[in-house]
Design a protein around this ligand. Structure first.
Ligand code: ZN
Length: 133
């Protein structure tokens, strides 16, 4: 893994949270994007070399809706940049981690993504992401 790519935060109202986090970071988000397949609306902030992703559910079946129902708003996942997501999935599987989607899928922000089940990572949902060239 190369570095933390971003930290994902589940929110109930992304418009209100965009305002809140703009005040916190002293600058607005630089993009918003809906990922229909995941049932989410996202927005991204750049904070120095780091990124924060806000996620709001767009339907009740969305994993974000379920997360908020269970745990409330808060940190949802940590995403790591990888250079070869397929190789990384293979490696992590062989190490015993539970990969939620073995075929990488298109995520937000021009990335191929895969998730590791929190059950195999001390309760932390891990996202692997590889920039689409
Ligand atoms: Zn993410």
């Amino acid at each position: 893994m190369k570095k933390i790519e971003h930290i994902g935060i589940a929110v109930k109202d992304i418009e209100a949270s965009n305002e809140l986090f703009s005040k916190l970071y002293g600058k607005p988000h630089y993009k918003t994007e809906a990922v229909e397949s995941e049932g989410v609306k996202t927005s991204f902030f750049e904070v120095g070399p780091n990124k924060i992703e806000l996620l709001e559910a767009i339907n009740p079946e969305s994993p974000i809706a379920k997360f908020i129902e269970k745990k409330g708003e808060g940190i949802h996942h940590i995403a790591f940049a990888v250079s070869d997501i397929k190789a990384e999935i293979k490696r992590l599987k062989s190490e015993g981690f539970i990969v939620l989607n073995e075929t990488p899928k298109k995520g937000a922000d021009n990335k191929l993504v895969a998730f590791l089940h929190p059950k195999s990572t001390n309760g932390v949902l891990i996202e692997l992401c590889q920039e689409i060239e």
